[in-house]
Design a protein around this ligand. Structure first.
Ligand code: M6R
Length: 632
């Protein structure tokens, strides 16, 4: 939530660089935006309510050359999305400015103290205490004089200020009195530094940096850095110097462009066959045949990782939690491992009692979700006496994120960065990771025969082509069908077994981007209550794939039809009985039921996308949402 960016260098183009960076970070929040720059010894701050283009227009009519500045795009937490609450926030003298991503939990106490010291507040935000706190300490630090371990008074004032802050935050600070310094700090919120030629950057996420550099350095919790036109120094919050080396990001700037698609979401839906192909190529042994000694899957986990494993617990939020539900089905039904799936936000305050030999899996596309990271951090420290150390695994497409610094083992899904706020390709990639994990465990635990394993792996290999077929054959049709639902107010999505989480995911996609009320339900549970909602105005989407619950889902669909609901079926192209049951079909290729979620989700993504697009909504940046939820 919220995106911050900073620039210091020799180019007098700070405003342009900051605005370009904010554009790449707008997915993190878009309630307001602002920049502050320093030129000719003065601090200049421009802010605007609403989306970034409002700020761009203001900056265009008032631009000053500057080589130092900070910027922010906001997802409102404390205070309405108004210009007076937009960042950057300044101290009383208006010579020092701060941008923040996160929440300062003790801001009320700090604000009272600072008011008694004569500071004047102009916003409702938690962030505004930070510039006042820094400004409050600066005169004393300057009067004390520089000590050997204080490279600069501004750095020391920021360091002392952050030590008083409680909560999760990443900040960037500039001052007109220190025109050659950009100070940044991180505590439980992402912050990455970028190294250019005689110029340095900071940002909440790497897309803002890659047009300028691929040499990046993620800060860790409790670190503060001083950026000058000649270099970067990193310290701990205790003031000790930290030696860190930048690494090179293996990315290409085109990955964060729309490449001719109307929206990032549609582009990302179309990337799914390639994402599945890449992930399978990465982890499957291409020559594997039943009878071979090794596992067909190589996830790069330590050899003893599965030893004595008795159960799995998954922590995640939103769409990643839905992926976890599919994971549970696979781990239990394929690998025979009892598995729980927990909302990370609930788990962190009410964890399952400790059980030995448990694998905890955190699933997150951003690798930055505060609740998921906190739940994993807690599991890393919860440890009963005499028991083996906790086993933690992360599943993400962002191996450079905070997640990978928190858990020792990662399955990189190779989906790359996702820009559309509604997760699509990252979800499918998380599913692939769970298939690979469950099959690898099934091989190790011998819960499947080599022949069964081989059949499923061959099925997985067919998926990219099957996904391409769905996209080629369906998109136009779904686009037309979507017209019928532009004014619909409620939708129900039904699924059973391994496709129940896909019903939840279909409903979430529709809610998020079209603002239509939608509920996902296990088809067999309809009759226990929600069936009362049905009438001719409530379409029902049912996922009916041949297998253990096919006939049951068709019966449940009939029950809805008897209440006049319009029935849409996600079902194989050649299923006569299904074709006769449903009023409209979203056909998918015939696949093993166990693999079907990887296909059935795609027509639901397309349906949500086209309904939202027909409604003229901002598909990539839906209201009130942010791509990366770094607050509780
Ligand atoms: O980055 P994460 O996967 O941890 O994010 C979790 C949720 O915030 C996320 O899935 C959210 O529900 C998406 N907007 C879904 O499209």
């Amino acid at each position: 939530m919220c995106g911050i960016v900073g620039y210091i260098g020799t180019q007098p183009a700070a405003s342009e660089i900051l605005l370009a960076g904010l554009q790449k970070l707008e997915y993190r929040g878009y309630d307001s935006a602002g920049i502050a720059t320093i030129s000719e010894g003065e601090l200049h701050c421009i802010r605007a309510k609403g989306k970034l283009h409002n700020l761009q227009e203001k900056v265009a009519s008032w631009n000053r050359p500057a080589s130092l500045g900070i910027g922010h795009t906001r997802w409102a937490t404390h205070g309405k999305p108004e210009e007076y609450n937009a960042h950057p926030h300044r101290d009383t003298s208006e010579r020092l400015a701060v941008v923040q991503n996160g929440i300062i939990e003790n801001y009320r106490e700090l604000r009272e103290q600072l008011r008694h010291h004569g500071h004047t507040f102009r916003s409702d935000t938690d962030t505004e205490v930070i510039p006042h706190l820094i400004a409050d300490g600066l005169p004393r630090i300057q009067a004390e004089g520089l000590q050997a371990h204080h490279p600069s008074p501004l750095l020391e004032a920021v360091r002392q200020a952050v030590c008083q802050l409680q909560g999760a935050f990443a900040i960037a600070v500039i001052s007109a009195d220190f025109p050659d310094e950009l100070i940044v700090a991180r505590q439980q919120a992402p912050l990455v530094l970028g190294f250019g030629q005689g110029e340095f950057f900071c940002a909440s996420d790497t897309p803002a940096l890659i047009p300028y550099t691929r040499a990046i350095l993620p800060l860790d919790n409790g670190e503060i850095a001083r950026l000058t036109p000649t270099g970067v120094e990193v310290f701990s919050f205790e003031g000790n110097r930290v030696r860190k080396t930048p690494r090179t990001l293996n990315w290409n700037p085109v990955m964060v462009e729309k490449q001719g698609f109307k929206h990032f979401m549609l582009k990302e839906i179309y990337e799914q066959p390639g994402v599945v192909r890449t992930c399978l190529e990465q982890y499957l042994n291409g020559d594997w045949q039943p009878g071979m000694a090794d596992s067909p899957i190589h996830l790069g986990l330590p050899t003893d990782f599965y030893n004595n494993l008795e159960q799995v617990q998954i922590v995640a939020c939103g769409t990643s939690w839905h992926a976890g539900l599919v994971g549970k089905y696979l781990l239990e039904q394929v690998a025979g491992l009892p598995t729980t799936v927990n909302y990370a936000s609930e788990f962190r305050y009410a964890p399952t009692p400790l059980r030995p030999n448990t694998l905890t899996i955190g699933v997150t596309q951003s690798g930055e979700t505060a609740d998921t990271l906190a739940a994993l951090e807690m599991e890393g420290t919860r440890h009963s006496e005499g028991a083996p150390p906790p086993r933690l695994l992360g599943i993400t497409n962002r191996p450079e994120s905070s997640l990978s610094r928190l858990v020792p083992q990662i399955i990189d899904t190779h989906a790359g960065i996702e820009i559309g706020v509604a997760a699509t390709k990252t979800f499918v990639a998380q599913l692939v990771a769970f298939y690979l994990l469950a099959l690898d465990l099934a091989y190790t635990r011998q819960t499947l025969t080599p022949e069964q394993l081989h059949t499923l792996i061959e099925g997985l290999r067919q998926l990219p082509a099957e996904l391409e077929l769905i996209l080629e054959s369906q998109e136009r049709y779904v686009e037309t069908l979507a017209h019928d639902f532009v004014d619909t107010q409620d939708f129900i999505f039904l699924g059973r077994g391994i496709n129940f989480p896909i019903a939840l995911e279909g409903a979430l996609k529709l809610k998020e981007i079209s603002y239509i009320h939608a509920e996902g339900y296990p088809a067999g549970e309809m009759k226990h209550g929600p069936i009362a909602l049905l009438d001719a105005k409530v379409p029902v989407v049912a996922i009916a794939m041949p297998g253990t619950v096919f006939e049951k889902v068709l019966s449940n669909a009939q029950e809805a039809k008897a209440r006049d609901a319009l029935l849409i079926g996600v079902t194989p192209m050649d299923e006569q009985e299904a074709a006769e049951t449903f009023d409209a079909l979203l056909p998918v290729p015939h696949v093993d039921e166990l693999l079907s979620p990887l296909l059935t989700v795609v027509p639901l993504q397309l349906l949500a996308y086209h309904i939202a697009a027909h409604r003229g909504l901002d598909v990539d940046q839906p209201r009130n949402l942010a791509k990366s939820v770094t607050v509780e």
